[in-house]
Design a protein around this ligand. Structure first.
Ligand SMILES: Nc1nc2c(c(=O)[nH]1)N[C@H]1C(S)=C(S)[C@@H](COP(=O)(O)OP(=O)(O)OC[C@H]3O[C@@H](n4cnc5c(=O)[nH]c(N)nc54)[C@H](O)[C@@H]3O)O[C@H]1N2
Ligand SMILES: Nc1nc2c(c(=O)[nH]1)N[C@H]1C(S)=C(S)[C@@H](COP(=O)(O)OP(=O)(O)OC[C@H]3O[C@@H](n4cnc5c(=O)[nH]c(N)nc54)[C@H](O)[C@@H]3O)O[C@H]1N2
Ligand SMILES: [Mo]
Length: 799
């Protein structure tokens, strides 16, 4: 692929997250997209009541906003969408797709916004302008010729609640539950694991928990890059003296130090806020062991306490065993002060099942084993446990380093187990916060985007729209990929996203993708999933969320759900990138009418007035969306009811469940002692949003000018005879019947545990076998893949 990636520079970054680097980066991207003034004016409205909701991450939008409620990466996402650059039919006339195939992700999107509906011309190998009507007609005709089971309807997490609701309805009226979405690759382990544990499919935290908490456990999420606005909440907590215990594979700057660009005093002084009070660098996939360690420490403290003759008055003699004396002293001092028990037995008794089995497992694992698998020291886990036990209310926050694992569902269970030990759910300041990715990925599930018929309100849809919805289980993302590979899937309709780059096994998937009969892509910018295409291919350009959406009854707003289950209205403010664009609801309505003919849905009326779509959503989900049209315009939005927040457990047992993982780590069946074997985790840089690559600067990790890097522990580098910047080849070490390799990554020494390495997504997706996913959630194990790294092994003594 052609990339502006021309070799890099690697240096240590010593600054904080935020700070002047962040301010500079915002100025640069506004200039690059030719919108220095217009862009700044827009940013003031970002995430504010009456304004638009950022198209970058899903972090909460406060009711009482800061003067500027955006971050560096939100600004980049805005600039990327409202850019002055355009990808017009002239561009396509000059560039056959065979040429564009050689372009990189950054280069394709950097050309700017798509302006016209396009159809691929096979003779000329070019996308050409087509009318909306003829596009809808031909797509409708093709879909009618196929069996509904042969068609997949993918959704990326950006589409609004209104568009997502219409889309799932269209798919189901057509007869398909094949509704894979980006969430399948993202928080699906949460969607599967949390209901089993606590009867909620999303996190239970609300924004005020940050003000009420007295301890934060921060697991496997890179706040400085992926949800930078949350740094304000973390900073406030840190300034109140709240301990923040972090578990992360890498040293991430945003989790260490922050300089708030919105506080002039701070920017002009040496002041910065330390974020983590304890930083535990776990091995990739080591979290089950780490959290077992914390739980073991808590349970054993309590066991020792129980075995004491009676509560020891402070100052009395402690047991002789030196390694236990400190913990017992801690346990005794807490109990003596009669503050609380180590575990919350009342809560455990009243609200949970499965405690005994969990406690037994925690007691049984030896510290040696927990240390080996987690990569942490026993003392680290005990220290974290003491911090945990000292807090009245603990907020547990987590991200992709938890979910994108073969044992991702078990990881989620362990987070819930830890919370349940001290009743840290459903009291102010204590909750589980799963940090969602795309700005409306959580909301799309709420309105029916799911391949699982049990999770969709099929009866209600049948009743409201007088049709027979399909009852069979549809395909999730990896199953869709498999169906494309085997030919069972013949057509893909994609509402946003860049599916081909986001999924595993890129090389095999590209070959299979070309054999599809039909590919329909609704998008704002050109990407590789459009350049590689089926026999018949359409590229349908839509309005972005930041643009004025004018329909027959006036300007429309849409709505989204944030990471803390809060619904917000969003109203676009900039003129559309082209007068030929349609909104997503209008495109879905066009496709539905052309495919389905007459139905009980008045699609045109819905498009003319989105409040009618919201009324339909309310009719479908009366409890969640009560008074939807009225409440959506409240500053700060309105909250989705979550029973677990009130300690009502919607599980078969009627209780929250301790669920004990069967093992600490997956068994890859690879013989121990293979010298070149490392565990690869794929990550995002500070200059990308998923497959959208804004540029080649990962400031916080000190990487400039390239994305083709491999972060390694200096001791592993020495062992393999590698120096800073050396080229290496990386080869997948499982499912070796197919060779999967990436050549010529530059080695960057980094603070990462020995035996682990990290590299960027999506460049490394060719390494991941499609079958390498968590069995229950089918989330690809993007954070743990055994690989071999080329290099000549030298004995450590000589290194
Ligand atoms: N700027 C920007 N913002 C984004 C996105 C983006 O690409 N760019 N993407 C959006 C989306 S869709 C999502 S899902 C989120 C993703 O946001 P994150 O959840 O932050 O995902 P990643 O960037 O993949 O990084 C995961 C973090 O987990 C750590 N990690 C990796 N493996 C392990 C492990 O086994 N254990 C532990 N404890 N830590 C581990 C890594 O070091 C890294 O800090 O961000 C959203 N926001
Ligand atoms: N190796 C590896 N792979 C991963 C991950 C990982 O950590 N490691 N993370 C996974 C995760 S968490 C996710 S969420 C997926 C992301 O997978 P996707 O959601 O499929 O990918 P994105 O890169 O977010 O999609 C970008 C494209 O969306 C289109 N777009 C942008 N805005 C709009 C809009 O308003 N409307 C429409 N219709 N289109 C729009 C643009 O054309 C842009 O090119 O990737 C997954 N893949
Ligand atoms: Mo995501």
């Amino acid at each position: 692929m052609k990339q502006n990636d021309k070799g890099g520079r690697f240096h240590r970054y010593d600054g904080p997250a935020g700070g002047w680097g962040s301010a500079k980066s915002v100025t640069e991207i506004l200039a690059r997209e030719h919108i220095p003034l217009r862009g700044s004016r827009q940013l003031v409205r970002q995430n504010k009541p009456g304004g638009y909701m950022c198209v970058s991450c899903a972090w909460a939008k406060p009711a009482k906003t800061h003067p500027l409620e955006f971050c560096e990466n939100g600004a980049k996402a805005t600039a990327w969408e409202i850019t002055e650059r355009r990808t017009t039919p002239d561009f396509f006339a000059a560039h056959p797709l065979s040429v564009l195939e050689a372009w990189g992700d950054h280069e394709l999107e950097e050309r700017g916004r798509l302006t016209h509906p396009l159809r691929w011309n096979a003779q000329k190998d070019r996308y050409e302008q087509v009318s909306w009507m003829s596009a809808f007609d031909e797509i409708g005709r093709e879909l009618r010729l196929l069996d509904a089971k042969q068609v997949d309807f993918y959704t990326s997490g950006r589409a609004s609640l209104e568009a997502a609701y219409m889309y799932q309805l269209f798919a189901r009226m057509y007869g398909s539950n094949n509704l894979p979405d980006s969430s399948n690759m993202c928080h699906e382990s949460t969607s599967v694991g949390l209901p089993e544990s606590i009867g909620a499919s999303v996190g239970t935290a609300v924004l005020s928990d940050f003000q009420n908490t007295d301890c934060i456990f921060y697991i496997a999420q890179n706040v400085g890059t992926s949800s930078p606005r949350m740094l304000h909440d973390l900073q406030d907590a840190a300034e109140r003296g709240v301990p923040i215990v972090t578990f992360n594979l890498l040293r991430e700057r945003g989790l260490e130090r922050f300089k708030n660009p919105q506080r002039p005093g701070e920017m002009l002084s040496n002041k910065e806020t330390r974020i983590s009070t304890q930083y535990c660098q776990v091995r990739s996939g080591g979290d089950i062991a780490a959290l077992f360690g914390v739980s073991k420490a808590l349970i054993e403290m309590e066991d020792r306490l129980k075995s004491l003759p009676d509560r020891i008055p402070p100052g009395d003699k402690m047991p002789d065993h030196p390694s236990e004396a400190g913990e017992t002293a801690f346990a005794a001092s807490m109990a003596a002060a009669d503050k609380m028990n180590i575990l919350d037995h009342d809560f455990i008794r009243q609200h949970t099942t499965g405690f005994e089995a969990f406690a037994e497992a925690a007691r049984r694992y030896s510290w040696e084993e927990l240390e080996r698998v987690s990569g942490l020291m026993r003392a680290d886990m005990i220290q974290a446990a003491e911090t945990y036990a000292s807090a009245r209310a603990v907020l547990i926050i987590y991200g992709m380093g938890v979910t994108q694992h073969l044992m991702g569902v078990e990881n989620v269970h362990m987070i819930a187990n830890l919370a349940l030990l001290r009743g840290n759910i459903g009291k102010p300041g204590a909750n589980i916060c799963s940090v969602r990715g795309h700005s409306n990925v959580q909301g799309q599930r709420t309105v029916g985007i799911t391949e699982k018929p049990g999770l969709a309100p099929l009866e209600k849809l049948a009743e409201l729209y007088r049709f027979e919805p399909p009852r069979w289980t549809g395909r999730s993302t990896v199953e869709t990929c498999d169906a494309v590979r085997t030919g069972q899937s013949r057509a893909l309709v994609c509402l946003g996203g860049n599916l081909l780059r986001a999924v595993p096994d890129t090389v095999a998937m590209e070959e299979a993708w070309r054999k599809l009969r039909l590919t329909v892509q609704v998008a704002t910018k050109l990407n590789r999933s459009h350049v590689i295409h089926g026999e018949i291919a359409f590229l349908l350009p839509c309005l972005g969320r930041l643009e004025v959406d004018q329909q027959r009854t006036g300007q429309q707003s849409v709505s989204i759900e944030s990471s803390v289950a809060q619904f917000h209205a969003s109203k676009g403010t900039v003129p559309p990138a082209s007068k030929h664009l349609l909104s997503e609801p209008a495109i879905i309505a066009g496709l539905a009418q052309a495919t389905l003919g007459q139905t009980a849905v008045d699609w045109d009326e819905w498009v003319a007035d989105y409040s009618k779509i919201r009324s339909a959503i309310e009719l479908t989900y009366p409890e969640t969306f009560k008074d939807f049209n009225k409440r959506i315009h409240h500053p700060g939005g309105f909250s989705r009811p979550l029973p677990a927040r009130e300690r009502k457990w919607v599980t078969p047992s009627g209780k929250a469940n301790f669920i004990t993982p069967q093992r600490l780590f997956p068994d890859f069946g690879i013989a121990a002692g293979e010298q070149t074997l490392l565990h690869l985790s794929t990550l995002r840089s500070n200059d990308q949003f998923n497959t959208t690559v804004y540029g080649y600067s990962d400031r916080f990790r000190g990487v400039e000018g390239t994305r083709r890097v491999l972060f390694m522990n200096p001791l592993d580098m020495a062992r393999l005879g590698l120096s800073n910047g050396d080229p290496v080849d990386v080869t997948t070490a499982i499912d070796v019947a197919t060779k999967r390799a990436i050549e010529g990554l530059s080695v960057v020494p980094y603070e990462i545990p020995q035996g682990c390495c990290a590299a960027y997504y999506p460049e490394c997706n060719p390494l991941f076998p499609l079958s390498h996913f968590a069995p229950k959630s089918k989330t690809p194990s993007y954070k743990l893949l055994p690989v071999h790294v080329s290099g000549s092994v030298i004995p450590l003594e000589q290194a």
